[in-house]
Design a protein around this ligand. Structure first.
Ligand code: NAP
Length: 386
């Protein structure tokens, strides 16, 4: 039983504990409550070494397998212990905003880089906002070097008709941004700053009914090539002692942005319909589970490389249509939207709606990550009623 407290320090269980100050405070608590002559400190430290907080311990040069005695805790400046510093690009967006809120609540220091630090894009309360263009060199890069982790979410929306100009914007907003981050990180490898980089399940291209895990190679279409290039650039940030995590997001479901923000009004007006055959796969993730996953990946320093950030239950487009109608209590009366209509209206983007990929989050499942919203019906019910 004495190890119960230790298990709480591990990244994923810590998240479930909902502690407000990061896993380090759990270690402190355990130390105060159970600290006596025979407390197995080695185990305490060992259990927490996956976390960013542990990384912070290393920066204080504490011996790897020993812990300070009670009296020594007070010699350490509290502010420095608890402040794990996060630098975010795209922190004003749909995912970034939800993530920033959760990080601030958990006691992380969050700095957001935005191109327009206007009243509308102040960033979430409690965050520091810096103005700058992540695609270009700038003063923001100096600030980045004072951080522990960079979370790179910047990218122009793909939810629009694609023409050559749009495709260039989609690509450059991701690849150039990541290049600028990587440049400054690789010039300063001694800083050991982790990079958590967004990517998308679009990396895999279109695969029919095949089940896709992180080992499946990239596809050949436009989105797949953007993701491949984006990830390849990000991986250059890896140095001894730092990690690069490639978060391949499924379609993120939430009220405040992304696909659902566009779909909900249509379904509410009774205009919801299956797209094409309706048999294409749809890999999705509830916004709140995605935020939990990113924080888990931030704290679990064993995990690096590609991670599918999707629910364990992908569905077909026809199931999405039915579940959305049910959650909104709207019957689906419209005939399916023919593929050629979508192709004319949306250009290349229509392919992401008419074809899909059946992605499973193998890495997260192997880690025993707990999904609060594994099934679409429950996720949509939560979002619609929230
Ligand atoms: N939402 C999804 O379903 C989904 C699925 C798969 C992958 N992703 C990826 O996850 C990331 C975040 O998604 P999101 O839905 O939160 O996106 P979002 O709401 O569109 O926000 C993206 C952010 O990127 C920045 N940005 C937009 N256009 C830019 C440009 N041309 N150059 C540089 N920065 C630009 C914006 O920040 P400022 O205006 O403040 O500079 C914006 O806040 C994106 O990279 C996206 O590709 C999202």
């Amino acid at each position: 039983m004495r190890y119960e407290g230790i298990r709480m320090c591990d990244g994923k269980n810590h998240l479930e504990a909902g502690n407000g100050h990061g896993s380090f405070i759990l270690i402190l608590r355990y130390a105060f409550h159970h600290g006596n002559g025979d407390t197995p400190w080695e185990s305490v430290v060992f259990a927490s070494q996956d976390s960013v907080a542990y990384n912070r311990c290393l920066k204080f040069s504490w011996p790897r397998f020993s812990f300070p005695r009670h009296a020594d805790w007070w010699k350490i400046k509290q502010k420095e212990i608890f402040e794990v510093k996060i630098f975010m690009t795209g922190g004003t967006g749909f995912v970034g905003n939800a993530l920033a809120e959760a990080l601030v609540e958990k006691g992380f220091s969050v700095t957001i880089l935005t191109r327009h630090a206007s009243a509308q894009k102040k960033g979430h309360e409690g965050t520091f906002v810096v103005e700058g263009d992540p695609r270009k060199r700038g003063k923001w890069q100096e600030l980045l070097l004072d951080q522990d982790v960079v979370i790179n979410l910047a990218g122009a929306s793909i939810f629009q008709r694609w023409n050559d100009r749009q495709k260039q914007i989609i690509r450059e907003s991701r690849v150039l941004t990541t290049q600028q981050i990587v440049k400054i990180l690789s010039l300063n490898p001694e800083k050991k700053i982790d990079l958590i980089n967004a990517s998308a399940v679009g990396y895999y291209g279109y695969h029919g009914d095949e089940i896709i895990d992180e080992g499946v190679p990239s596809g050949t279409d436009f989105l797949a090539s953007v993701c491949r290039e984006w990830e390849a650039v990000a991986l250059n940030a890896k140095t001894p002692g730092s990690r690069v995590v490639l978060c391949r997001f499924g379609v993120v479901l939430g009220r405040q942005g992304g696909a659902l923000q566009k779909l909900l009004p249509l379904f509410q007006w009774g205009l919801g319909a299956r797209l094409g055959t309706g048999k294409q796969w749809f890999s999705w993730i509830h916004e709140r589970d995605l935020v939990r996953i990113i924080i888990y990946l931030l704290e679990n320093r064993d995990r690096e490389g590609p991670v599918n950030c999707t629910s364990p239950e992908p569905v077909r487009n026809e199931d999405l249509t039915r579940c959305l109608g049910k959650a909104l209590k709207r019957p689906i009366v419209m005939p399916p939207v023919p593929g050629f209509v979508l192709r004319i209206a949306l250009g290349g983007f229509s392919m992401t709606l008419l074809k899909g990929q059946r992605v499973i989050p193998k890495a997260l499942k192997d880690d025993g990550f707990f999904f609060k919203y594994p099934e679409l019906a429950g996720a949509l019910q939560d979002i619609v009623s929230g």
